[in-house]
Design a protein around this ligand. Structure first.
Ligand code: ATP
Length: 354
């Protein structure tokens, strides 16, 4: 079992706050993503779990035991670095068995463990090759081999695929996820790539500016973004934001949008002030009879779908529609969306209305 609980964890480097009070739980066996833009505090969070940094305040629990101040060696957590930190002068066999040999494990046990890891990773035929002669993917497998050979309670991975080209990256991502599913070990994975996080993760923590913006399954984060930052960071193209300002009478669910009334069922009592309507591109359709109109600025062909950029009196809107629907630059089109798909945000705080 390896459940990891992060409780009010904060990290300062001198005057600089890299992670503000953060709390979330990584359940046993989860493939857990730490996602956010560069500098948001993902790596620092991962390093605190592994013990490579100590939190300024707050607690970290591994299986119920407080480990925040323990040295890395006493945590039984393996860290897989982005740079394939292998010993270049040693062959694959030695690279993988090194952690066991240095622990003083008997030779026959080391041999058995090595055989098991080589089988899991499918690298039996390269065990005698020097790592310097291997392809990027094989080197990545060897680095993983060195991490899993110790049977740690959990794996920490910091952008492990960052150095690979796009096509190969996708292949390795699938391989990593399949490996995780076979082994079932709790894995915490840092990435700035939202697509990677959505495809691979059981759960995602989205961080921005040292703060946890949201924590949930990929679907929860996509369908119910807690903040405008998350709505903008997740999804390609991201969620459209339509500003709306006006005084809604309490209980009023009808607003004026582009000079036309629209009924928004989610507008409940007390929702007032400056609001932003968030609508995903796939929920915006073209409808000839719609009173909400705009001009097509661009179309982007993506195979079965296309992204149509439309200039409206309230700014640009992107719509994802079927490729066979006619839309070309300069067309005047009507826009329609089902009001129930709208996410409402408070403009000043950026937070979604509950
Ligand atoms: P990236 O993807 O660029 O690595 P990140 O989200 O992983 O980004 P962190 O590496 O956690 O971000 O860094 C968060 C902030 O803390 C950054 O502004 C970074 O410069 C700062 N930082 C990290 N380590 C230290 C350190 N040892 N001393 C001072 N500042 C640090």
């Amino acid at each position: 079992m390896a459940e990891i609980v992060i409780k009010d964890v904060r990290k300062e480097f001198g005057d600089f706050v890299a992670v503000k009070e953060s709390s979330f739980t990584i359940e046993d066996g989860e493939f857990f993503m730490l996602l956010g833009p560069s500098g948001c505090g993902k790596t620092t969070t991962l390093r605190m779990i592994a013990g490579l940094e100590l939190p300024t305040s707050g607690e970290i629990y591994l299986d119920g035991e407080e480990i925040s101040q323990k040295p890395p060696a006493q945590r039984d957590i393996a860290f897989v670095f982005q740079m394939f930190a292998l010993y270049p002068h040693m062959n694959v066999r030695k690279n993988i068995s090194y952690p066991l040999v240095s622990q003083g494990m008997p030779r026959d046990k080391v041999r058995a463990k090595l055989a098991e890891v080589a089988r899991i990773l499918g690298i039996e035929d390269i065990l005698d090759r020097p790592v310097g002669s291997l392809s990027g993917g094989d080197r990545q497998r060897v680095a993983l081999g060195r991490a899993i050979v110790r049977d740690p309670k959990a794996f920490m991975m910091d952008e492990p695929l960052g150095a690979l080209d796009a096509e190969f990256r996708e292949h390795m991502a699938q391989e990593l996820r399949a490996l995780h599913d076979r082994m079932g070990a709790t894995t915490v994975y840092v990435t700035h790539d939202q697509l990677e996080a959505m495809q691979m993760g059981d759960k995602i923590v989205v961080m921005n500016n040292a703060v946890v913006e949201q924590f949930g399954t990929p679907q929860e984060i996509y369908d119910k973004p807690a903040t405008m930052f998350v709505a903008d960071f997740i999804g390609s193209p991201p969620m459209n934001f339509l500003s709306f300002s006006g005084n809604l009478a309490s209980g009023d669910t009808t607003v004026e949008l582009y000079g036309h009334p629209m009924s928004i069922p989610q507008l409940r009592e007390g929702a007032s002030g400056d609001l932003v309507f968030g609508v995903r591109p796939e929920h915006i359709h073209l409808a000839t009879d719609s009173p909400y109109r705009g001009e097509v600025l661009a179309t982007e062909y993506l195979g079965t779908t296309q992204i149509v950029t439309i200039d409206t009196p309230n700014g640009e809107v992107k719509s994802r529609i079927a490729s066979d629907q006619p839309a070309k630059m300069g067309d005047r089109v009507g826009l329609a969306f089902n009001p129930s798909t709208v996410t409402l945000f408070d403009k000043s705080s950026g937070r979604a209305l509950k």
